[in-house]
Design a protein around this ligand. Structure first.
Ligand code: NAI
Ligand code: MG
Length: 497
C-alpha cells in the first residue's frame, strides 16, 4: 500500500520541515478513489513537545515579541494576499484529502483570506483603558496581552477554514501556535505552512504536528507550556480534551457537534424552503457541524413538502468532487462511512421510513469511493436516536409539528444547540422563533451562512466560546491591570490600599 508514488509530507516545527521523531508515517486517502495518495508523519509526544518548545521560544525571544501590532497585522494581511493567490491549489489539496466538492472548497479557500485581512486589521486596534480609579495619587490602566502558546486541534470537514477561524485572531493577538490537523486531512495544513513561511512569520510562530489524536493531540493538550486549546470536532473528543485541559487549568474554546432543526412553517415560500433544507443536509454530504439534520415541518404541509423535497433531492448529481457539476461527493473516511450506514440501520430499526436513499451509493459515477445515497427518513419521532445523535452525513430526519410552541419544544429538545433554521414569511414569527430557539446561530429564510464578521459558536453541548467577529479576539488575550503610584510617600504598610 505504501509506495513511491505517494506524496511525502513533513511536519513544520520551528520553521523547519521535519520527520516525526519515530521516523514513522501513515497514509492519507483520497475519498473519491478510496486509495492512499500521501504519506503523513506519525507524530507522538516527543514531536508535540518539540513543537511547543519552538512556539515557546518564538513567543519569548527573537522577532515576534518585538513586532508591534501594526506589523503583526501587516503579516496577516500579506498571508491573506498569498491565500488569495494560492486558493485554487489549496482547494485541490482539500478535495483530494477530504472529498468535499471543489466548487465549495475553492469558494471556501478564497473566502478564508477575509479572516486574515479582518483580524490583521484588528491587530492594532486592541486598546487598553485608563481607569478612573478611586484611589488618590494612582494611575491605573489595562493591557491586553497574548495568552502564550495556543494548541489548535482541527477536524477533517473544513480543515483550512476552521483553522483560519482560530489562527487569524490568535496571531493578531500575538500568540504563537501549534496546529494538530485531523489524521484524515493533514496535507492542507502542511501546504498552508509554505504560505506562512512566504509571508515572513518568524520561525516557531506557527508549527504543525501531524498524527493521531491520542498519540500527538493529547500530549499537546497536556503540555504544561500550552496556555489554551482551541478545538473543533466531536463533543466526545471535546469533552476528553476539556478534562485534560482542566488538569492544567488551561483555557479552552470548543466548536462541537449539532443536531440542528430546520423548521418549515406552512406560511413559508416553499420552493425556497426546499432548497434551504437540501443545502442544510446534502451540501458537503452532510458532513458539517451545522447540518440541518432534523427537518421540522408543519403538519398541514407535511406530505406536500416531503414530496417536493424528495423530488429535488433525487436529482442530486453524485460523483467526482472535482467536477464542477457534482452536487454530492463522497464521505471523507471509512469510519465515518460506516458510522453513517450504522445510523441508517438504527433509524430503520427504530421504525423510521426511508422515503429516499437509505443505503450506500453504488452508482457507476461513484467508483470505489465512500458514497452514501442522500437519505430522507419520515415517521421520525424526536426521541429516536436518529433524531438525537449527530450522524454527520447525508441523512435527514423529518418530524412533524403542529404549531410554534411545539416547534420550539421539539427544536430545543436535544443536547446540542449549534444552529437552527426557520422558514416563514411572517415577521412576528421570525423574530419570536429567533428568540426562543436555543442555538448559537439562527437563520431565517436562509441556511449555512457564515462570515468573519459575525460570531459563531454553540449553546449547550455544541461548544464553549465563539469564533469570528470583533469580540472573539479577547478569547486569545488576557487582561493585565497596571497600578502606578504618584504619591511621594508610601502610606501605612499594614492596611490594604
Ligand atoms: P474527533 O472529534 O475525534 O477529531 C477531531 C480532532 O481531534 C482530530 O484532529 C483528532 O485527531 C483529534 N483528536 C481525537 N482524539 C483526541 C484526543 N484524545 N486528544 C487530542 N486530540 C484528539 O472527530 P473524528 O473522529 O474525526 O470524527 C468523529 C465524529 O465527530 C464525526 O462522526 C462527527 O460526528 C464529529 N465531527 C464533528 C465535527 C464538527 O465540525 N463539529 C468535525 C469532525 C467530526
Ligand atoms: Mg484523506
Amino acid at each position: 500500500m505504501i509506495n513511491d508514488t505517494l506524496q511525502h509530507y513533513r511536519m513544520f516545527i520551528g520553521g523547519e520541515w521535519v520527520e516525526a521523531a519515530s521516523g514513522e508515517h501513515f497514509p492519507s486517502d483520497n475519498p473519491y478513489t478510496g486509495q492512499p495518495w500521501a504519506l503523513i508523519p506519525r507524530g507522538g509526544a516527543a514531536d508535540a513537545a518539540r513543537a511547543v518548545e519552538a512556539a515557546h521560544q518564538a513567543l519569548t525571544r527573537g522577532e515576534w515579541p518585538k513586532l508591534n501590532a501594526t506589523k503583526r497585522g501587516a503579516l496577516l494581511r500579506k498571508l491573506g494576499d498569498l491565500i488569495t493567490e494560492h486558493s485554487k491549489a489549496l482547494a485541490e489539496t482539500e478535495v483530494r484529502d477530504n472529498g468535499k466538492l471543489y466548487a465549495e472548497m475553492s469558494a471556501q479557500t478564497a473566502y478564508m483570506a477575509q479572516w486574515y485581512y479582518y483580524f490583521g486589521g484588528l491587530a492594532d486596534k486592541i486598546e487598553g483603558s485608563v481607569i478612573p480609579i478611586d484611589k488618590p495619587d494612582t494611575f491605573n490602566y489595562t493591557r491586553h496581552e497574548p495568552l502564550g502558546v495556543v494548541a489548535m486541534i482541527i477536524p477533517w470537514n473544513s480543515p483550512l477554514l476552521l483553522l483560519a477561524w482560530k489562527l487569524a485572531p490568535a496571531l493578531a493577538a500575538g500568540n504563537t501556535v501549534v496546529v494538530k490537523p485531523s489524521e484524515y486531512t493533514s496535507a492542507s495544513a502542511l501546504e498552508f505552512m509554505k504560505l506562512i513561511e512566504q509571508a515572513g512569520f518568524p520561525p516557531g510562530v506557527v508549527n504543525v504536528v501531524t498524527g493521531f489524536g491520542a498519540e500527538v493531540g493529547m500530549p499537546l493538550v497536556e503540555h504544561p507550556r500550552v496556555a489554551k486549546v482551541a478545538f473543533t470536532g466531536s463533543d466526545t473528543t471535546g469533552q476528553r480534551i476539556y478534562e485534560a485541559a482542566a488538569k492544567g487549568l488551561k483555557r479552552v474554546s470548543m466548536e462541537l457537534g449539532g443536531k440542528s432543526p430546520n423548521i418549515v412553517f406552512d406560511d413559508a415560500h416553499l420552493d425556497n424552503a426546499v432548497k434551504g433544507v437540501i443545502s442544510g443536509i446534502f451540501a458537503a454530504t452532510g458532513q458539517t457541524c451545522i447540518a440541518g439534520s432534523r427537518l421540522l415541518v408543519q403538519q398541514s404541509i407535511h406530505d406536500r413538502f416531503v414530496d417536493q423535497l424528495v423530488a429535488l433531492a433525487k436529482t442530486a448529481k453524485m460523483g467526482n468532487p472535482m467536477n464542477l457539476d457534482t452536487q454530492v461527493g463522497p464521505v471523507t473516511n471509512p469510519p465515518q462511512f460506516e458510522k453513517i450506514l450504522g445510523y441508517i440501520a438504527i433509524a430503520k430499526g427504530e421504525g423510521a421510513t426511508a422515503v429516499l436513499g437509505g443505503e450506500r451509493a453504488s452508482r457507476p459515477e461513484c467508483g470505489n469511493g465512500w458514497f452514501v445515497e442522500p437519505t430522507i427518513f419520515t415517521g421520525v419521532n424526536n426521541s429516536m436516536r436518529i433524531a438525537q445523535e449527530e450522524v454527520f452525513g447525508p441523512v435527514l430526519s423529518v418530524i412533524p409539528f403542529k404549531d410554534e410552541d411545539e416547534a420550539i419544544a421539539i427544536g430545543n429538545d436535544v443536547v446540542f444547540g449549534l444552529a437552527a433554521g426557520v422558514w416563514t414569511q411572517n415577521m412576528r414569527r421570525a423574530f419570536t422563533m429567533a428568540e426562543r430557539l436555543q442555538a448559537g446561530t439562527v437563520w431565517v429564510n436562509t441556511y449555512r451562512a457564515v462570515s468573519y464578521l459575525s460570531p459563531f459558536g454553540g449553546y449547550k453541548r455544541s461548544g464553549i466560546g465563539r469564533e469570528s467577529g470583533q469580540d472573539m479576539i479577547y478569547e486569545y488575550l488576557q487582561t493585565k491591570s497596571v497600578w502606578i503610584s504618584t504619591a511621594s510617600e508610601v502610606p501605612n504598610p499594614f492596611v490594604m490600599r
